[in-house]
Design a protein around this ligand. Structure first.
Ligand code: ZN
Length: 196
């Protein structure tokens, strides 16, 4: 298994048909997930297009996430985590932490995506809205959103199947100022396994 270190990112190549199993090792870690067409990084998994395609805001087993060209790129094929994920929140970035009152550098998912892509010698054209695996953002009264601790348990996982050759990237979200990574607000590592 490949580690996604706490507060850091990791990117991998997936061939069409390969699967990535993302394990919530300690149970309370949000994993921001992106996928980009390996042959055209300008085509990437899009949450706004995926919500249209699946007709809801949280993908479940059998749902195909689509790109900004509305083509399937990843299908969720397994989920033992309780089925709670988020497609609404942008990746965290330095400005998010500044607004929360942090001063100076803070690790963030936006920089983690860029660094992970750079390790493959690649650059994403922008920071697409991520599929925030294990992130618990309930919509209350059909309108208000709240940031809560994950419902996932240690060792639970989500498996995603590539529907095209793609780059899949992850960030073990370093958010430690609100309880999206558990009430202890202590980011931890996660793991990913690639299966043929
Ligand atoms: Zn984050």
């Amino acid at each position: 298994m490949i580690e996604i270190p706490a507060r850091r990112g990791r990117a991998l190549r997936l061939r069409n048909g390969q699967k990535a199993r993302i394990v919530n090792t300690n149970g309370q870690q949000v994993v921001d997930t992106w996928a980009l067409n390996a042959d055209d990084l300008g085509e990437f998994m899009s949450m706004e297009h995926s919500r249209v395609a699946i007709g809801r805001i949280i993908p479940g087993v059998g749902d195909a996430l689509v790109t900004n060209k509305r083509r399937p790129i990843l299908t969720m094929i397994e989920d033992t985590s309780g089925g709670i994920h988020d497609t609404l929140f942008a990746a965290c970035d330095r400005w998010r932490y500044e607004l929360l009152g942090h001063q100076g550098h803070h690790d963030n998912c936006t920089d983690n995506l860029a660094a992970a892509m750079q390790e493959l010698g690649l650059a994403a054209p922008e920071t697409p809205a991520p599929l925030n695996l294990f992130m618990n953002i309930p919509v209350l009264d059909g309108n208000r959103v709240e940031a809560r601790a994950p419902v996932s348990t240690p060792g639970s996982y989500v498996a995603l199947r590539a529907e095209m050759d793609c780059i899949i990237a992850f960030s073990a979200c370093p958010q430690d100022m609100i309880p999206i990574n558990g009430l202890a607000m202590r980011p931890t590592e996660a793991h990913v396994e690639v299966l043929d």
